[in-house]
Design a protein around this ligand. Sequence first.
Ligand code: HEM
Ligand SMILES: [Ca+2]
Ligand SMILES: [Ca+2]
Length: 303
Amino acid sequence: QEGLKTGFYSSSCPKAEAIVRSTVESHFNKDPTIAAGVLRLHFHDCFVQGCDGSVLITGASSERNALPNLGLRGFAVIDDAKTQLEASCPGVVSCADILALAARDAVGLSDGPSWSVPTGRRDGRISSSSEASNLPSPADSIAVLRQKFAAKGLDNHDLVTLVGAHTIGQTDCLFFRYRLYNFTPTGNADPTINQAFLAQLQGLCPKDGDGSKRVALDKDSQTKFDVSFFKNVRAGNGVLESDQRLLGDGETQRIVQNYAGSVRGLLGVRFDFEFPKAMIKMSSIEVKTGAQGEIRKICSKFN
Ligand code: HEM
Ligand SMILES: [Ca+2]
Ligand SMILES: [Ca+2]
């Protein structure tokens, strides 16, 4: 994919993938929710300036400080892996690749599928908060989401498959509370929310309560990478509006139904098979290779 190849570091830094894996694992063992943080970090990196580590740069006007990125977590995992890689093979492994590898490992550690990650990305030299506006918002319509993904070469099938990442992790009340109160012109909640679930969500996120309270995106299995998220969307138990809307469009609904399945076990395997393919596509968005960009010494700073 665009000059990337699996095993790019096999002679220049043979232990590179093992070092990333053991670093993600040690953080995961202390805090399994970090897997979700790392996976999301990679997504937010790829959608702005391509998968080039631009999201990792610190500074007042950097991407990291853009509104959609304020809740990102897992930066310490990447910094930690980088420190160890610089000790073994200085100046060889890009932060962009560390992020792509760590996202794969995070999914695997959460009992999800694993895959070979094509590597060879170079780190970008630009990180600007104003660029973050093409990231999808939870209040975007399906048409807008489709368009934002299409702009990155990702189709409907990729969209639904990748949003399946919400099978792990959490969201702040802030991002969906508007669905629970006064959502309709007549003052009711979003009618697409399952009634029993609505009561639960209202309990978790009171109208004037703390907007930063965290709620699982997949109510039944927030640390397991499984098809439970799709079953919940099918049942009206999607937390984000953008997740639940996948059921309101004919084409995306068909894909949700497929993954949610009716035959136990069988169709769960399909999501496991499709997710890696979609990730490899997402991980190759607008990558810099060859002599482009640089290999950062510290992931949060340009050289
Ligand atoms: C339709 C597009 C998407 C929208 C609108 C969206 C929106 C969101 C929002 C609002 C949150 C909660 C953030 C917070 O409270 O801090 C979230 C969390 C998350 N997103 Fe997405 N997302 C989308 C697609 C994706 C994709 C493609 C991936 C990865 C492949 C992903 C992975 C995650 C993960 C793992 C979390 C949990 C993070 C954590 O627990 O820290 N999302 N997303
Ligand atoms: Ca980027
Ligand atoms: Ca799950």
